[in-house]
Design a protein around this ligand. Structure first.
Ligand code: CND
Ligand code: ZN
Length: 367
């Protein structure tokens, strides 16, 4: 079948909307008719070359849709099921899956690095040439084939555009706060970068009961969103040294948890520098493959600070996404406020330009 899809042919180019060929799902795979695709900065990092991916590829790793067809051997899903594709495939039986850390499963990195499904082939092609799957999801296509294990069924009365956001921004951000850092009630938190993912770290910290939530950004509109999502203090890093400002706001002590949700080594170091003794800095932002960050050894040893990272919210999506749905329904998780713009699929490059200009909290393209 044919599907309209946004293809990245080469780094530095815009996405091109093409009618690609989509093969039917093979054994253990499902075909999803995508309803919405989320506009995440990670795809932009691929377009600029800051993140490496096998090209040409259909981008998009955040999305939601409806199962259109199931391949042979599929038992857990049927046509018509509403699903969120999971961008980190997991086998379920390895050391990491068994330990509740499916995002660290080798299958996820295999699909991510090769751009091909597990049998080493792609279901997309154009003029007979293969087109890669991005992160095993490729949500910027009307139709996409994913492994059955990478599709999570959700309730049919849950709005698909907001469901899309759960697939990356929300699970990554909330998960960084509650799974990676395990933010404690009454604690102090700093968040560098109040974009689509950072706002979810903010609401994750709020849900976990943090008392002081300090957001840092360079765009005033983002700081206004930060307050709406639960920040108790905001710092515009264009006008102030955020490290000094955070120390001042915590009486010189520093914060218990700091999150970097931008993707720059300089702000990763800033996040570390704001920590109290025994504090933990969690890097969520994605820096270029070769980037490094250094920290003073004295503070690691004599202050027992921790520097770590978090992929996919260090989550167990099949447990965490249903909980996020419950939190939304209970009025505790802000998804309506997060989805500040919807673009028709054909305007996807404009959606990315608006993300680059810092105009949106999170946007989706709809099919
Ligand atoms: P988005 O562009 O929405 O947010 C980034 C925010 O950082 C914006 O509000 C900017 O204004 C702000 N910013 C930029 N420079 C600075 C600065 N020097 N100081 C303070 N603030 C600044 O991006 P997003 O929220 O979609 O993604 C954020 C990062 O998270 C990005 O690097 C993305 O690739 C990464 C990410 C990681 C994971 C994971 O699993 N770890 C999953 N998805 C995305
Ligand atoms: Zn993402």
């Amino acid at each position: 079948m044919k599907a309209r899809a946004a293809v990245l042919f080469e780094v530095g180019q815009k996405l091109e909307i093409r009618d690609v060929d989509v093969e039917p799902p093979r054994h253990g795979e499902v075909l999803i008719r995508m309803a919405a695709g989320g506009v995440c900065h990670s795809d932009l990092h691929v377009m600029t070359g800051h993140l490496v991916a096998s090209l040409p590829a259909i981008l998009g790793h955040e999305g939601a849709g409806v199962v259109a067809e199931v391949g042979p051997g599929v038992t857990s899903l049927k046509r018509g099921d509403h699903v969120i594709p999971l961008w980190r495939l997991s086998c379920g039986v390895c050391e990491y899956c068994s330990d509740g850390r499916p995002a660290l499963c080798a299958e996820g990195s295999q699909i991510r690095m090769t751009g091909r499904l597990l049998d080493g082939t792609t279901r997309f092609s154009l003029d007979g040439k293969e087109i890669k799957h991005f992160a095993g999801v490729s949500s910027f296509s009307e139709y996409s084939v994913v492994p059955e294990r990478a599709a999570l069924k959700i309730p049919e009365d849950f709005p698909l555009d907001r469901a899309a956001l759960l697939g990356c921004a929300v699970i990554t951000g909330v998960g960084a706060a509650v799974n990676a850092a395990r933010v404690r009630p009454g604690s102090s938190v700093a968040i560098f970068g109040a974009g689509g993912v950072g706002l979810n770290v903010i609401q994750g910290a709020r849900i976990a009961g943090a008392e002081k939530i300090i957001a840092v950004d360079i765009v005033p509109a983002k700081l206004a969103f930060a307050t709406e999502f639960g920040a108790t203090h905001v710092i515009d890093a264009r006008g102030a040294d955020p490290v000094a400002a955070i120390r001042a706001l915590t009486g010189g002590r520093g914060v218990d948890y700091a999150f970097e949700v931008i993707g720059l080594p300089a702000t990763m170091r800033q996040a570390y520098d704001t920590l109290a003794k025994r504090g933990m800095a969690v890097v969520v932002g994605v820096a270029p493959m070769t980037a490094e960050v250094s920290v003073p050894v004295m503070s690691l040893v004599y202050e027992e600070r921790v520097l770590t990272g978090s992929v996919y919210g260090s989550s167990r999506p099949r447990i965490d996404i249903p909980k996020l749905i419950d939190l939304y329904r209970a009025g505790k998780l802000r998804l309506d406020e997060l989805l500040t713009r919807r673009y028709p699929f054909g305007e996807i490059n404009e959606a990315y330009a608006a993300l680059e200009r810092g105009e949106v909290a999170r946007s989706v393209v709809t099919f």
